[in-house]
Write a protein that binds this ligand. Sequence first.
Ligand SMILES: Cc1cc2nc3c(=O)[nH]c(=O)nc-3n(C[C@H](O)[C@H](O)[C@H](O)COP(=O)(O)OP(=O)(O)OC[C@H]3O[C@@H](n4cnc5c(N)ncnc54)[C@H](O)[C@@H]3O)c2cc1C
Ligand code: SF4
Length: 454
Amino acid sequence: MTQGRPWHRERLFFLISSARHFAALLEARGFKVLYFKAKSTPAGLEKAQAEYGKLPVSCAEPSSHTQFAQLKKLGVEFVDNDFFLTPRALFTSWAESQKSFVMENFYRAQRILLNLLVEGNKPVEGRWNFDAENRLPPPKNYTWPKRLLHARDEIDKEVAKDLGYEPTDSWATTRAGALKQLKNFLDNHLAGFGPYEDAVTLDEWSLHHSLLSPYLNNGLLTAEEVISAAIKRYDQGLAPIESVEAFVRQIIGWREYINGMYWFLGAEYKELNGLAAKRELLPLFVDSSKTKMNCVKQVVAQVETRAWTHHIPRLMILSNLALVTGTNPQQFLDWMREQFIDAADWVMVPNIIGMGVHADGGRLMTKPYAAGGAYISRMTQYCKGCDYEPKKRVGDDACPFTTLYWDFLDRHKAQFSKNHRMSQQVNGLTRLSDLPELRVRAKKVLQGLSDGTI
Ligand SMILES: Cc1cc2nc3c(=O)[nH]c(=O)nc-3n(C[C@H](O)[C@H](O)[C@H](O)COP(=O)(O)OP(=O)(O)OC[C@H]3O[C@@H](n4cnc5c(N)ncnc54)[C@H](O)[C@@H]3O)c2cc1C
Ligand code: SF4
């Protein structure tokens, strides 16, 4: 996993150093540990078998179809993976009983099944969802609590040296560090999590987000312990329902749903390209200096620095751009997979192919998540420092997102007008008196993005 693809070195550092610390922890507890460097997991196993004979091998269910198939071929025995709360068979039985796979329905069933924030079959405080109180734009004159910085030890330094890379202090590589991050979130961020979960600010990159996904995805923390700790804060009256519910929804709802759907939809799902999007990956994804769009430049620069940005930039900026420019979904998926600290096949594939770029024809989300500059201007602070005007759709200073939003609807109007959730947006095209001009501008914008001049 260290070679063959341009992996972000922050990500490699995090994964390798966490594994090295884990091996050291097991040895300290008296286990015999073999730590192999091998080309692939099967190659490592074959090396171990050459040395120790064909002993039985047990493994937690892996995180991709490819690795599952490879290990199965080697006769590995799988056990349920405690990275998740929902066994795959249980999710399959839920999915098979549904006409469409609405996350909200899964989430409500989870709340009842896991007996979390419910009284019998009813939600505590009378509502399943507090979105009306949440989703606020960025606050003005707000002091964000200090972020936890993670110091580096000897193992970290060795791994960093091997990679020829100076890691940031954003990510812990030990269980103790991950637990500190959890405590920091509970003490300083959980109470404010809900209201600003969709906002993007210039003065703070993580806002009140937990920064726990890397540890949940590599096993330094379990979903079960994170959820219990958050609910305890609610029970103690230390965090309000709108924040605790929003956080619980992310973990027992979205995270479990995405993993369940990855396995339910099968290995071929990753290759879907329902909108026949053919554009090559834009140069700005690989180098943030290749664009003048302030929102995109800043978000890609964040990813370049620490391999992370929160879910709204991932969806509203990065995926939205790939969607409205008609970028090939598999190329975009590969890029996201290589760059993010918390990426794994199970989580990137549905989030990109389904949620991000609608390449699955609506199997996961009934409508594509396309947004123009006006929405980005409301939820972020990027537009003020930009060369483009968020509300303008034509002209040299028109916001590329706004132009391409309408052009995207125009290009796919035949397909989208059959979708009742999209028909209102598509009808909006008929009110555009400048549509011919907009089409010309869109061509220029697409060319400029491909050339790295927009
Ligand atoms: C296009 C796109 C790509 C994404 N890729 C990844 C990825 O590779 N790995 C990843 O863990 N998450 C991914 N997410 C989900 C989400 O963006 C991250 O989990 C979140 O930003 C991680 O930061 P956090 O721990 O501070 O999250 P918080 O905002 O604090 O949320 C708490 C937890 O909820 C879970 N969660 C929330 N939404 C999702 C979701 N859609 N899918 C899975 N888990 C979710 C995560 O475990 C996260 O740690 C993606 C979302 C989008 C829209
Ligand atoms: S004007 Fe458009 S391109 Fe510029 S920051 Fe706003 S949304 Fe992004």
